[in-house]
Write a protein that binds this ligand. Structure first.
Ligand code: HAM
Length: 423
Protein backbone atom coordinates (compact mmCIF):
# COMPACT_ATOMS: atom_id res chain seq x y z
CA UNK A 1 0.00 0.00 0.00
CA UNK A 2 1.25 3.46 -0.91
CA UNK A 3 0.76 5.70 2.10
CA UNK A 4 1.10 8.83 0.08
CA UNK A 5 -1.13 11.68 -0.98
CA UNK A 6 -1.91 11.90 -4.74
CA UNK A 7 0.26 14.29 -6.75
CA UNK A 8 -1.04 17.84 -6.89
CA UNK A 9 -3.21 17.53 -3.79
CA UNK A 10 -2.55 18.60 -0.22
CA UNK A 11 -3.62 17.91 3.33
CA UNK A 12 -4.59 21.05 5.12
CA UNK A 13 -3.64 20.43 8.71
CA UNK A 14 -5.36 22.05 11.69
CA UNK A 15 -2.72 24.79 12.04
CA UNK A 16 -3.27 25.82 8.39
CA UNK A 17 -7.02 25.32 8.45
CA UNK A 18 -7.28 28.41 10.64
CA UNK A 19 -6.01 30.53 7.76
CA UNK A 20 -8.48 28.84 5.41
CA UNK A 21 -11.34 29.43 7.81
CA UNK A 22 -10.35 33.07 8.22
CA UNK A 23 -10.51 33.51 4.45
CA UNK A 24 -13.77 31.58 4.13
CA UNK A 25 -15.36 33.79 6.79
CA UNK A 26 -14.07 36.91 5.05
CA UNK A 27 -15.46 35.75 1.72
CA UNK A 28 -18.87 35.21 3.32
CA UNK A 29 -18.78 38.67 4.89
CA UNK A 30 -17.82 40.37 1.64
CA UNK A 31 -20.35 38.52 -0.54
CA UNK A 32 -23.05 39.48 1.95
CA UNK A 33 -22.14 43.14 1.59
CA UNK A 34 -22.52 42.87 -2.17
CA UNK A 35 -25.64 40.63 -1.85
CA UNK A 36 -24.24 37.55 -3.54
CA UNK A 37 -25.87 34.35 -2.31
CA UNK A 38 -24.24 30.96 -2.03
CA UNK A 39 -25.00 28.19 -4.50
CA UNK A 40 -23.74 24.62 -4.07
CA UNK A 41 -23.62 22.47 -7.17
CA UNK A 42 -22.32 18.87 -7.37
CA UNK A 43 -18.61 18.08 -7.46
CA UNK A 44 -19.22 16.17 -10.71
CA UNK A 45 -21.35 16.94 -13.74
CA UNK A 46 -22.10 15.34 -17.08
CA UNK A 47 -18.92 15.81 -19.13
CA UNK A 48 -20.86 17.67 -21.81
CA UNK A 49 -21.47 20.58 -19.43
CA UNK A 50 -17.76 21.38 -19.61
CA UNK A 51 -17.01 20.40 -23.21
CA UNK A 52 -19.87 22.64 -24.34
CA UNK A 53 -19.51 25.28 -21.63
CA UNK A 54 -15.75 25.73 -21.31
CA UNK A 55 -15.12 24.82 -24.96
CA UNK A 56 -13.67 21.70 -26.57
CA UNK A 57 -10.57 23.46 -27.95
CA UNK A 58 -9.42 24.67 -24.53
CA UNK A 59 -6.55 23.09 -22.60
CA UNK A 60 -8.92 22.45 -19.72
CA UNK A 61 -11.18 20.24 -21.82
CA UNK A 62 -8.51 18.70 -24.03
CA UNK A 63 -5.89 17.92 -21.40
CA UNK A 64 -6.96 18.58 -17.86
CA UNK A 65 -10.29 17.00 -17.04
CA UNK A 66 -10.78 14.13 -14.64
CA UNK A 67 -13.37 12.27 -16.71
CA UNK A 68 -14.70 8.77 -16.30
CA UNK A 69 -17.67 6.60 -17.04
CA UNK A 70 -19.77 5.74 -14.04
CA UNK A 71 -21.21 2.29 -13.51
CA UNK A 72 -24.25 3.29 -15.51
CA UNK A 73 -22.07 4.16 -18.50
CA UNK A 74 -22.58 7.92 -18.17
CA UNK A 75 -19.74 10.31 -19.04
CA UNK A 76 -18.93 12.16 -15.87
CA UNK A 77 -16.29 14.83 -15.07
CA UNK A 78 -15.06 16.19 -11.77
CA UNK A 79 -15.70 19.90 -12.14
CA UNK A 80 -12.63 21.79 -13.37
CA UNK A 81 -14.34 25.14 -12.74
CA UNK A 82 -17.61 26.53 -11.44
CA UNK A 83 -19.16 28.76 -14.11
CA UNK A 84 -20.53 26.08 -16.46
CA UNK A 85 -22.10 24.23 -13.53
CA UNK A 86 -23.73 27.38 -12.15
CA UNK A 87 -25.12 28.24 -15.57
CA UNK A 88 -26.40 24.65 -15.92
CA UNK A 89 -28.22 25.08 -12.63
CA UNK A 90 -29.51 28.56 -13.58
CA UNK A 91 -31.10 27.08 -16.70
CA UNK A 92 -32.27 23.80 -15.19
CA UNK A 93 -33.81 25.41 -12.11
CA UNK A 94 -35.27 28.23 -14.23
CA UNK A 95 -33.63 30.87 -12.08
CA UNK A 96 -34.18 33.29 -14.95
CA UNK A 97 -37.82 33.38 -13.80
CA UNK A 98 -36.82 34.73 -10.39
CA UNK A 99 -37.79 38.42 -10.11
CA UNK A 100 -34.48 39.20 -8.41
CA UNK A 101 -32.36 39.57 -11.54
CA UNK A 102 -29.48 39.69 -11.82
CA UNK A 103 -29.07 36.49 -9.81
CA UNK A 104 -25.92 37.17 -7.82
CA UNK A 105 -24.40 33.84 -6.82
CA UNK A 106 -21.17 32.69 -5.21
CA UNK A 107 -19.53 29.33 -4.60
CA UNK A 108 -16.63 28.03 -2.60
CA UNK A 109 -15.40 24.54 -3.19
CA UNK A 110 -12.92 22.13 -4.72
CA UNK A 111 -12.16 22.01 -8.45
CA UNK A 112 -10.05 19.42 -10.27
CA UNK A 113 -7.63 19.81 -13.15
CA UNK A 114 -5.04 17.34 -14.31
CA UNK A 115 -2.27 19.93 -14.64
CA UNK A 116 1.45 19.68 -14.09
CA UNK A 117 1.73 20.43 -10.38
CA UNK A 118 4.02 23.28 -9.39
CA UNK A 119 3.95 26.12 -6.92
CA UNK A 120 0.44 27.62 -7.05
CA UNK A 121 -0.84 24.91 -9.37
CA UNK A 122 -2.65 21.95 -7.87
CA UNK A 123 -4.77 19.12 -9.22
CA UNK A 124 -7.34 19.73 -6.53
CA UNK A 125 -7.77 23.36 -5.53
CA UNK A 126 -10.49 25.43 -3.92
CA UNK A 127 -12.11 28.18 -5.89
CA UNK A 128 -14.15 31.04 -4.56
CA UNK A 129 -16.15 32.42 -7.46
CA UNK A 130 -19.08 34.70 -8.14
CA UNK A 131 -21.48 34.79 -11.07
CA UNK A 132 -23.96 37.60 -11.76
CA UNK A 133 -26.55 36.42 -14.26
CA UNK A 134 -29.13 38.62 -15.93
CA UNK A 135 -27.56 42.06 -16.30
CA UNK A 136 -25.85 43.78 -19.15
CA UNK A 137 -25.01 46.84 -17.13
CA UNK A 138 -21.26 47.64 -17.24
CA UNK A 139 -21.61 48.73 -13.60
CA UNK A 140 -21.93 45.07 -12.62
CA UNK A 141 -18.63 44.34 -14.38
CA UNK A 142 -17.06 46.97 -12.15
CA UNK A 143 -18.87 45.57 -9.10
CA UNK A 144 -17.55 42.06 -9.71
CA UNK A 145 -13.99 43.34 -10.11
CA UNK A 146 -14.31 45.48 -6.96
CA UNK A 147 -15.56 42.46 -5.01
CA UNK A 148 -12.57 40.35 -6.09
CA UNK A 149 -10.18 43.10 -5.07
CA UNK A 150 -11.97 43.47 -1.72
CA UNK A 151 -11.15 39.86 -0.89
CA UNK A 152 -7.42 40.47 -1.41
CA UNK A 153 -7.41 43.85 0.30
CA UNK A 154 -9.28 42.50 3.33
CA UNK A 155 -6.41 40.05 3.83
CA UNK A 156 -3.94 42.94 3.70
CA UNK A 157 -2.43 42.26 0.26
CA UNK A 158 -0.88 45.31 -1.35
CA UNK A 159 1.07 44.17 -4.40
CA UNK A 160 -1.83 43.62 -6.74
CA UNK A 161 -2.20 44.38 -10.41
CA UNK A 162 -5.53 44.40 -12.23
CA UNK A 163 -5.33 43.69 -15.95
CA UNK A 164 -8.40 44.08 -18.14
CA UNK A 165 -9.33 43.59 -21.75
CA UNK A 166 -12.36 43.38 -23.96
CA UNK A 167 -13.02 40.52 -26.36
CA UNK A 168 -16.00 42.42 -27.78
CA UNK A 169 -19.28 41.03 -29.00
CA UNK A 170 -19.84 38.35 -31.62
CA UNK A 171 -19.47 40.71 -34.56
CA UNK A 172 -16.15 42.12 -33.28
CA UNK A 173 -14.85 38.62 -32.64
CA UNK A 174 -15.69 37.40 -36.13
CA UNK A 175 -13.60 40.11 -37.79
CA UNK A 176 -10.77 39.58 -35.26
CA UNK A 177 -10.90 35.85 -35.88
CA UNK A 178 -10.28 36.31 -39.60
CA UNK A 179 -7.38 38.66 -38.89
CA UNK A 180 -5.84 36.04 -36.57
CA UNK A 181 -6.16 33.30 -39.19
CA UNK A 182 -4.50 35.56 -41.78
CA UNK A 183 -1.72 36.38 -39.30
CA UNK A 184 -0.85 32.83 -38.23
CA UNK A 185 -1.71 30.78 -41.31
CA UNK A 186 1.50 31.32 -43.34
CA UNK A 187 3.70 30.09 -40.42
CA UNK A 188 1.31 27.72 -38.68
CA UNK A 189 3.67 24.78 -39.33
CA UNK A 190 6.06 26.36 -36.79
CA UNK A 191 3.43 25.95 -34.07
CA UNK A 192 2.48 22.98 -31.93
CA UNK A 193 -0.08 20.48 -33.22
CA UNK A 194 -2.74 21.86 -30.86
CA UNK A 195 -2.32 25.32 -32.36
CA UNK A 196 -2.45 23.90 -35.87
CA UNK A 197 -5.80 22.34 -35.01
CA UNK A 198 -6.99 25.53 -33.38
CA UNK A 199 -6.22 27.73 -36.38
CA UNK A 200 -9.53 27.18 -38.14
CA UNK A 201 -11.56 26.02 -35.16
CA UNK A 202 -10.70 28.72 -32.66
CA UNK A 203 -7.65 30.87 -33.50
CA UNK A 204 -8.04 32.97 -30.34
CA UNK A 205 -6.90 29.93 -28.35
CA UNK A 206 -3.49 30.12 -30.07
CA UNK A 207 -2.82 33.30 -28.08
CA UNK A 208 -3.32 31.31 -24.89
CA UNK A 209 -0.99 28.44 -25.86
CA UNK A 210 1.52 27.51 -23.15
CA UNK A 211 3.86 25.79 -25.64
CA UNK A 212 4.26 28.53 -28.24
CA UNK A 213 4.16 31.45 -25.85
CA UNK A 214 7.55 32.78 -27.03
CA UNK A 215 6.92 32.56 -30.77
CA UNK A 216 7.56 36.01 -32.38
CA UNK A 217 4.17 35.95 -34.12
CA UNK A 218 2.46 35.94 -30.73
CA UNK A 219 3.58 39.46 -29.86
CA UNK A 220 2.66 40.87 -33.25
CA UNK A 221 -0.78 39.22 -33.44
CA UNK A 222 -3.62 41.59 -34.29
CA UNK A 223 -5.11 43.15 -31.18
CA UNK A 224 -8.77 42.51 -30.45
CA UNK A 225 -9.15 46.10 -29.29
CA UNK A 226 -8.66 47.28 -32.88
CA UNK A 227 -11.57 45.12 -33.99
CA UNK A 228 -14.14 46.21 -31.44
CA UNK A 229 -17.28 47.62 -33.03
CA UNK A 230 -18.75 50.87 -31.69
CA UNK A 231 -21.07 49.12 -29.25
CA UNK A 232 -18.33 46.96 -27.76
CA UNK A 233 -15.98 49.92 -27.56
CA UNK A 234 -18.60 51.97 -25.74
CA UNK A 235 -19.28 49.09 -23.33
CA UNK A 236 -15.60 48.68 -22.50
CA UNK A 237 -15.22 52.45 -22.11
CA UNK A 238 -18.04 52.48 -19.58
CA UNK A 239 -16.52 49.61 -17.57
CA UNK A 240 -13.21 51.51 -17.46
CA UNK A 241 -14.90 54.74 -16.40
CA UNK A 242 -16.71 52.94 -13.53
CA UNK A 243 -13.37 51.53 -12.40
CA UNK A 244 -12.00 55.08 -12.49
CA UNK A 245 -14.94 56.22 -10.38
CA UNK A 246 -14.10 53.51 -7.85
CA UNK A 247 -10.44 54.58 -7.95
CA UNK A 248 -9.40 51.11 -9.02
CA UNK A 249 -6.12 51.10 -10.94
CA UNK A 250 -5.93 48.86 -13.97
CA UNK A 251 -3.83 48.11 -16.97
CA UNK A 252 -5.38 47.32 -20.36
CA UNK A 253 -3.76 44.30 -21.98
CA UNK A 254 -5.14 43.31 -25.36
CA UNK A 255 -3.42 39.91 -25.14
CA UNK A 256 -5.54 38.83 -22.17
CA UNK A 257 -7.76 36.22 -23.83
CA UNK A 258 -8.25 33.80 -20.88
CA UNK A 259 -8.22 30.02 -21.12
CA UNK A 260 -11.95 29.36 -21.40
CA UNK A 261 -14.09 29.79 -24.50
CA UNK A 262 -17.20 31.39 -23.09
CA UNK A 263 -15.85 34.90 -22.72
CA UNK A 264 -16.84 38.03 -24.58
CA UNK A 265 -16.63 41.75 -23.72
CA UNK A 266 -14.86 42.30 -20.40
CA UNK A 267 -12.11 39.90 -19.31
CA UNK A 268 -9.83 40.51 -16.36
CA UNK A 269 -7.16 39.01 -14.16
CA UNK A 270 -5.69 40.07 -10.86
CA UNK A 271 -2.02 39.29 -10.49
CA UNK A 272 0.38 39.42 -7.59
CA UNK A 273 3.29 41.75 -8.20
CA UNK A 274 5.06 40.71 -4.98
CA UNK A 275 8.71 39.97 -5.64
CA UNK A 276 8.64 36.66 -3.72
CA UNK A 277 5.77 35.26 -5.74
CA UNK A 278 6.37 32.24 -7.99
CA UNK A 279 6.20 31.97 -11.77
CA UNK A 280 2.42 31.85 -11.94
CA UNK A 281 1.33 35.29 -10.90
CA UNK A 282 -2.38 35.17 -11.71
CA UNK A 283 -4.44 35.13 -8.55
CA UNK A 284 -7.87 35.54 -10.04
CA UNK A 285 -9.53 35.49 -13.45
CA UNK A 286 -12.93 36.29 -14.82
CA UNK A 287 -15.04 37.99 -17.38
CA UNK A 288 -18.33 38.30 -19.19
CA UNK A 289 -19.97 35.32 -20.86
CA UNK A 290 -23.08 36.56 -22.63
CA UNK A 291 -24.42 33.63 -24.62
CA UNK A 292 -23.57 30.77 -22.26
CA UNK A 293 -27.10 30.58 -20.85
CA UNK A 294 -28.48 30.24 -24.41
CA UNK A 295 -25.83 27.60 -25.13
CA UNK A 296 -27.42 25.56 -22.32
CA UNK A 297 -30.92 26.09 -23.69
CA UNK A 298 -31.97 29.03 -21.51
CA UNK A 299 -33.28 32.41 -22.62
CA UNK A 300 -30.89 35.16 -23.74
CA UNK A 301 -29.18 36.12 -20.47
CA UNK A 302 -25.92 37.98 -19.99
CA UNK A 303 -23.49 36.89 -17.30
CA UNK A 304 -20.24 37.90 -15.66
CA UNK A 305 -18.11 36.45 -12.89
CA UNK A 306 -14.70 35.49 -11.64
CA UNK A 307 -12.96 32.79 -9.67
CA UNK A 308 -9.89 32.78 -7.47
CA UNK A 309 -8.21 29.96 -5.66
CA UNK A 310 -7.63 30.05 -1.94
CA UNK A 311 -4.27 28.29 -2.55
CA UNK A 312 -2.95 31.21 -4.61
CA UNK A 313 -4.36 33.76 -2.19
CA UNK A 314 -2.42 32.05 0.59
CA UNK A 315 0.71 31.94 -1.61
CA UNK A 316 0.34 35.69 -2.15
CA UNK A 317 0.05 36.24 1.61
CA UNK A 318 3.25 34.26 2.10
CA UNK A 319 5.02 36.24 -0.63
CA UNK A 320 4.10 39.49 1.11
CA UNK A 321 4.97 38.12 4.54
CA UNK A 322 1.43 38.61 5.84
CA UNK A 323 0.20 36.53 8.76
CA UNK A 324 -3.53 36.64 9.31
CA UNK A 325 -4.72 37.05 12.87
CA UNK A 326 -6.14 33.59 13.37
CA UNK A 327 -5.42 33.24 17.06
CA UNK A 328 -8.38 31.60 18.67
CA UNK A 329 -7.93 31.48 22.38
CA UNK A 330 -9.49 28.80 24.53
CA UNK A 331 -11.64 30.33 27.27
CA UNK A 332 -10.85 27.72 29.86
CA UNK A 333 -8.52 24.79 30.50
CA UNK A 334 -9.19 22.59 33.51
CA UNK A 335 -6.15 21.22 35.29
CA UNK A 336 -6.95 18.30 37.53
CA UNK A 337 -5.10 16.59 40.35
CA UNK A 338 -6.26 13.11 41.35
CA UNK A 339 -9.04 10.75 40.28
CA UNK A 340 -11.88 12.49 42.07
CA UNK A 341 -11.05 15.83 40.50
CA UNK A 342 -10.75 14.22 37.10
CA UNK A 343 -14.22 12.72 37.46
CA UNK A 344 -15.68 15.98 38.67
CA UNK A 345 -14.13 17.88 35.77
CA UNK A 346 -16.34 15.97 33.32
CA UNK A 347 -19.38 17.71 34.74
CA UNK A 348 -17.68 21.07 35.15
CA UNK A 349 -16.34 21.06 31.60
CA UNK A 350 -19.78 20.27 30.26
CA UNK A 351 -21.43 23.05 32.27
CA UNK A 352 -18.88 25.58 30.99
CA UNK A 353 -19.38 24.48 27.38
CA UNK A 354 -23.16 24.57 27.73
CA UNK A 355 -22.81 28.15 28.94
CA UNK A 356 -21.20 28.98 25.59
CA UNK A 357 -17.47 28.92 26.40
CA UNK A 358 -14.68 27.02 24.69
CA UNK A 359 -13.08 24.64 27.14
CA UNK A 360 -10.90 21.58 27.35
CA UNK A 361 -8.95 19.42 29.78
CA UNK A 362 -6.20 16.82 29.76
CA UNK A 363 -7.05 13.28 28.70
CA UNK A 364 -3.62 11.67 28.85
CA UNK A 365 -2.88 11.66 32.59
CA UNK A 366 -0.24 14.38 32.35
CA UNK A 367 1.44 15.77 35.45
CA UNK A 368 0.22 19.15 36.63
CA UNK A 369 3.19 21.00 35.11
CA UNK A 370 2.56 19.42 31.69
CA UNK A 371 -1.15 20.23 31.96
CA UNK A 372 -0.28 23.89 32.55
CA UNK A 373 2.00 23.78 29.54
CA UNK A 374 -0.86 22.42 27.43
CA UNK A 375 -3.08 25.26 28.64
CA UNK A 376 -0.40 27.68 27.54
CA UNK A 377 0.03 26.06 24.13
CA UNK A 378 -3.71 26.12 23.56
CA UNK A 379 -3.74 29.81 24.38
CA UNK A 380 -6.13 29.38 27.31
CA UNK A 381 -7.32 32.63 28.85
CA UNK A 382 -8.20 31.02 32.16
CA UNK A 383 -7.12 27.88 33.93
CA UNK A 384 -9.06 26.18 36.67
CA UNK A 385 -7.07 24.09 39.10
CA UNK A 386 -9.06 21.36 40.69
CA UNK A 387 -7.64 18.96 43.29
CA UNK A 388 -8.90 16.93 46.20
CA UNK A 389 -8.42 19.83 48.60
CA UNK A 390 -10.49 22.13 46.45
CA UNK A 391 -13.22 19.57 46.03
CA UNK A 392 -13.41 19.05 49.81
CA UNK A 393 -13.71 22.79 50.36
CA UNK A 394 -16.19 23.17 47.46
CA UNK A 395 -14.02 25.69 45.66
CA UNK A 396 -11.78 25.94 42.61
CA UNK A 397 -8.78 28.13 41.86
CA UNK A 398 -9.20 30.23 38.73
CA UNK A 399 -6.06 31.67 37.21
CA UNK A 400 -5.96 34.31 34.51
CA UNK A 401 -3.04 33.28 32.31
CA UNK A 402 -2.17 36.76 31.05
CA UNK A 403 -1.82 38.43 34.43
CA UNK A 404 -1.10 35.40 36.60
CA UNK A 405 -3.87 36.58 38.92
CA UNK A 406 -5.53 33.78 40.84
CA UNK A 407 -8.74 33.68 42.82
CA UNK A 408 -10.90 31.23 44.65
CA UNK A 409 -14.41 30.61 43.37
CA UNK A 410 -17.15 28.45 44.84
CA UNK A 411 -17.83 25.44 42.69
CA UNK A 412 -21.59 25.70 43.12
CA UNK A 413 -21.68 29.09 41.43
CA UNK A 414 -18.65 28.58 39.18
CA UNK A 415 -20.31 29.03 35.78
CA UNK A 416 -22.09 32.16 36.91
CA UNK A 417 -18.89 33.70 38.30
CA UNK A 418 -16.83 32.57 35.33
CA UNK A 419 -19.34 34.31 33.01
CA UNK A 420 -18.83 37.51 34.98
CA UNK A 421 -15.10 37.41 34.23
CA UNK A 422 -15.96 37.96 30.57
CA UNK A 423 -18.32 40.89 31.11
P1 HAM B 1 -9.61 30.21 -14.46
O1 HAM B 1 -8.76 31.33 -14.92
O2 HAM B 1 -9.46 28.92 -15.16
O3 HAM B 1 -11.12 30.72 -14.57
O4 HAM B 1 -9.39 29.97 -12.94
C1 HAM B 1 -9.62 31.01 -12.01
C2 HAM B 1 -8.62 30.97 -10.89
O5 HAM B 1 -8.60 29.67 -10.31
C3 HAM B 1 -7.18 31.23 -11.30
O6 HAM B 1 -6.92 32.59 -11.43
C4 HAM B 1 -6.45 30.63 -10.11
O7 HAM B 1 -6.52 31.47 -8.98
C5 HAM B 1 -7.30 29.43 -9.80
N1 HAM B 1 -6.73 28.20 -10.40
C6 HAM B 1 -6.95 27.71 -11.63
N2 HAM B 1 -6.27 26.56 -11.79
C7 HAM B 1 -5.61 26.31 -10.64
C8 HAM B 1 -4.75 25.28 -10.17
N3 HAM B 1 -4.45 24.23 -10.94
N4 HAM B 1 -4.25 25.37 -8.92
C9 HAM B 1 -4.58 26.41 -8.12
N5 HAM B 1 -5.38 27.41 -8.50
C10 HAM B 1 -5.91 27.38 -9.75
C11 HAM B 1 -12.19 29.99 -14.21
O8 HAM B 1 -12.16 28.96 -13.61
C12 HAM B 1 -13.50 30.67 -14.54
N6 HAM B 1 -14.59 29.77 -14.17
C13 HAM B 1 -13.61 31.99 -13.83
C14 HAM B 1 -14.88 32.69 -14.10
C15 HAM B 1 -15.96 32.73 -13.31
N7 HAM B 1 -15.16 33.40 -15.19
C16 HAM B 1 -16.38 33.85 -15.10
N8 HAM B 1 -16.90 33.44 -13.97
Amino acid sequence: MKVQIPRGTQDILPSDVRTWQWIEEKVKEITKKYRYEEIRTPIFEHTEIFTRGVGDTTDIVQKEMYSFQDRGGRDITLRPEGTAAVVRSYVEKKMYGDPNQPMKLYYLGPMFRYERPQSGRFRQFVQFGVEALGSNDPAIDAEVIALALDVYKSAGLKNLKLVINSLGDKESRISHRQALIDHFKPSIHEFCSDCQNRLEKNPLRILDCKVDREHPLMGSAPSILEFLNEESKAYFGKVCSYLDDLQIDYEIDSTLVRGLDYYNHTTFEIMSSASGFGAITTLCGGGRYNGLVEEFGGPETPGIGFALSIERLIAALEAEGIELDTSDALDLYIVTLGEEAKDYSVKLLNAVRQAGFTADRDYTDRKIKAQLKSADRLNARFVVILGEDELNKGIVQVKEMNTGEQKEVEISSFVQQFTQLFE
